[in-house]
Design a protein around this ligand. Structure first.
Ligand code: SAH
Length: 249
């Protein structure tokens, strides 16, 4: 990693109250693997070092705001893609045990290979869809936390994530700007699947200043067995929510 990029990473982390000096070599290796994987697999739209450092690494680390991810917890990363937020979080919080899940096999193959290259034994990648895992006794109710970045609207996330949590577990969703309508639908959806929105924490991404919101939903009772509905239904017919039509380009 270039020294300018290492500086950015350190400044971004410091803005979040984190020290990453010991992890700089590992972040550098992650950057290399990501760029190499990207030319083969087209994993992420972000190509420059600066973009990857700020919009993947620092952005992922913002999930640590509010200290909902401290201690030896079982964490499922729902829709982890090329491994975000899993990798940055696993590098700075080695006690967390991660299950990054994605429905795309080539992405999870990359995550598995990268975890092994980085020596991250506490990362156990899994190919699958949240709708199926949520109805699978091996995974339903088994996680202390679900983290998610950039996957779906809040009502969809509530339906996909809450079944996977134990009672008392938390969904930690990192999003961009969230409209009052989406938040409102998310609150109602959370109630329907056994949860409650506990925290809505708007903030700015360090250095770039882009708007972000960390939303925390606590599971306080079991999720009714009909949730999650079958594959594709949570997204096609989100609970309490009609998604805005896609903007014509
Ligand atoms: N969290 C990553 C990737 C975001 S892209 C990041 O922040 O960079 C969204 C990813 O979610 C895609 O890779 C897609 O395959 C996955 N995904 C979407 N719906 C899913 C579902 N129901 N189950 C599992 N993975 C899903």
């Amino acid at each position: 990693m270039r020294s300018e990029s290492a500086d950015l990473l350190q400044r971004g982390a410091q803005a979040l109250g984190l020290e990453v000096i010991d992890q700089l070599p590992a972040f550098g290796r992650l950057l290399e693997l990501l760029r190499e994987g990207n030319t083969r697999l087209n994993l992420t739209a972000l190509k420059t070092e600066e973009d990857i450092v700020l919009k993947h690494f620092v952005d992922s680390l913002t999930c640590l705001r509010g200290a909902y991810l401290e201690g030896a917890l079982a964490v499922l990363d729902l829709g982890a893609g090329a491994g975000f937020p899993t990798f940055p979080l696993a590098l700075v919080r080695p006690k967390l045990r991660f299950t990054p899940v994605d429905s795309t096999r080539k992405k999870i193959d990359f995550v598995r290979e990268t975890a092994s290259q980085l020596g991250l034994d506490q990362v156990t990648p899994l190919v699958g869809r949240a709708e199926s895992l949520g109805q699978d006794a091996e995974h339903r109710g088994k996680y202390d936390r679900v983290v998610v970045r950039a996957v779906a609207s809040l009502p969809v996330l509530a339906e996909l994530a809450l079944p996977l949590l134990r009672e008392g577990g938390l969904l930690v969703a990192q999003k961009g700007n969230i409209t009052a309508e989406e938040l409102n639908a998310g609150r109602r959806a959370a109630g329907e699947v056994g949860g409650k929105v506990q925290v809505v924490d708007p903030f700015e991404l360090p250095i770039l200043g882009d708007a972000r919101t960390l939303i925390v939903i606590e599971k306080h009772r079991p999720t009714p067995s009909k949730y999650p509905r079958r594959e594709g239904v949570p997204t096609a017919q989100p609970l309490f929510w009609t998604p805005p039509p896609r903007q014509a380009r």
